[in-house]
Design a protein around this ligand. Structure first.
Ligand SMILES: Cc1cc2nc3c(=O)[nH]c(=O)nc-3n(C[C@H](O)[C@H](O)[C@H](O)COP(=O)(O)O)c2cc1C
Length: 202
């Protein structure tokens, strides 16, 4: 099979990309509006960028009407956010928070997600998240225009909260204990419990 992406409609390109680029980690992002309303939403176009300076990125695309998602509106107004990672036990709560709520209505409150105070940024974090990165906005890079166009959000990592029970004997995070979920195509997910090792060549 050969796909010519230059002739695909954005919606078709999206379907092929999300069913092949996988597994994708999930950034469960908490933000806050100027008047203090909290927001929480998952994004699987998410990656680390570099360690010098410590930076990550995630990608809220525009909605079907071409408008910005609440996460982007909040970060443009209050340039801080928390990227919470999602363990298997949190998967259903995470999925619930992808619901379309009116701007200003909090997914924390609506879906009973427990929050905890952050140390360096105004948005709260998810209390039960195995890892939560407190971030300050570095920049937003826009790709394309209209529906499905991207707002790539780059954040400087200021601090991380790592639950002690996900650390291994060596004091580092253990992927089996983290038990993070990754997004696959359609409605499928995977976890970081299925592990194999390879020794890197010199
Ligand atoms: C697992 C998962 C991954 C998602 N990944 C993305 C993504 O990478 N980009 C995006 O724009 N929307 C993504 N969504 C959809 C958003 O979560 C959804 O549009 C949400 O309502 C946005 O919330 P907000 O308007 O409060 O920012 C994803 C949803 C789920 C369940």
């Amino acid at each position: 099979m050969f796909l010519d992406f230059t002739s695909l409609a954005p919606r078709e390109a999206y379907q092929w990309m999300v069913t092949t680029i996988l597994p994708r980690p999930i950034a469960w992002v908490s933000t806050i509006s100027v008047d203090g309303k909290t927001n929480l939403a998952p994004f699987s176009f998410f990656q680390g960028v570099c360690a010098n300076p410590p930076t990550l990125m995630f990608v809220p695309v525009n909605n079907r009407q071409g408008g910005k998602k609440d996460t982007v509106r909040n970060i443009e107004a209050v340039p801080e956010f928390v990227v919470n990672l999602v363990s298997h036990t949190l998967a259903e709560e995470m999925n619930a928070t992808s619901a379309l709520l009116p701007y200003g209505e909090s997914e924390f409150e609506k879906f009973g997600v427990m929050s905890a105070r952050s140390d360096h940024v105004r948005p709260s974090r998810v209390a039960a998240a195995p890892v939560a990165f407190e971030c300050r906005l570095d920049r937003i890079v826009h790709f394309g225009e209209g529906p499905l166009a991207a707002n790539v959000i780059f954040g400087r990592i200021l601090a991380a909260h790592i639950r002690d029970d996900v650390l291994g004997a060596d004091g580092k995070p253990d992927s089996r204990k983290l038990d993070l979920v990754g997004r696959l195509g359609g409605e499928d997910y995977t976890t970081t419990r299925d592990v194999f090792s390879l020794i890197r060549p010199d």
